[in-house]
Design a protein around this ligand. Structure first.
Ligand code: GRF
Length: 203
């Protein structure tokens, strides 16, 4: 399968995916990396790995529809089987998400359905939760609301700050995302109506 990654930031998850897909037996290939930010470090990582890159700068479009239209045109040119959102910090329109239904994954730094949206680490600390983690899910119309494929948990420790917690969650992100992308590429995970099928069974 042909994998296209979208990222807005430093791209540590992208790096984990690049490293994993470079292993000899990996069943998929990253064919392009796109960003809404011309200076995202993720683009440097892709270039270093000789992967095609493209930028659709959201500041150059006056509506979400126009931006998503341009992004979709770029995506279509690369003809991917899977779109992987790896720190892609734009909310996508309903039409865009529907067009790629069952073909788009996201990683979110919380144990969904808890803590959708931003600043998850800080909010977990403020709530006094004892556990936290990361989720990989199919992208659907609802923000951070699509069916969860897999999660990894971390314990919240006394003295944790949002930064220390984020760091431990990221270690899990870098382990979990390549595993789930592999499953997708092997045809093991699929999106049902509002659930995940794993090896054809309801998850
Ligand atoms: C990660 O924490 C991810 O969970 C969130 O955005 C961050 C991206 O980090 N959606 P990076 O760009 O992969 O380093």
């Amino acid at each position: 399968p042909r994998i296209l990654v979208l990222a807005s930031g430093s791209g540590t998850n992208l790096q984990a995916l690049i490293d994993a897909t470079r292993e000899r037996d990996f069943p998929g290939e990253i064919i392009a990396v796109g960003s809404n930010k011309p200076n995202a470090f993720a683009l440097e990582r892709a270039a270093q790995a000789n992967i095609d890159t493209f930028v659709v700068d959201h500041t150059k479009y006056d509506s979400r529809e126009a931006f998503d239209g341009a992004l979709m045109a770029e995506i279509r040119q690369h003809n991917p089987d899977l779109i992987v959102l790896a720190g892609f910090m734009r909310i996508l329109t309903t039409d865009f998400v529907r067009a790629l239904r069952g073909q788009m994954l996201n990683i979110h730094p919380s144990l969904l359905p808890s803590y959708t949206g931003l600043n998850t680490h800080q909010r977990v600390l403020e709530a006094g939760d004892s556990s936290h983690g990361v989720s990989v899910h199919f992208v659907t119309e609802e923000l951070d609301g699509g069916p969860v494929i897999a999660q990894a948990e971390v314990n919240v420790l006394a003295g944790d700050t949002a930064e220390s917690l984020a760091e431990r969650v990221q270690v899990k992100e870098h382990l979990l995302y390549p595993i789930v992308v592999r499953w997708f590429c092997e045809g093991r995970v699929q999106l049902g109506t509002d659930y995940v099928l794993f090896d054809g069974e309801l998850l």
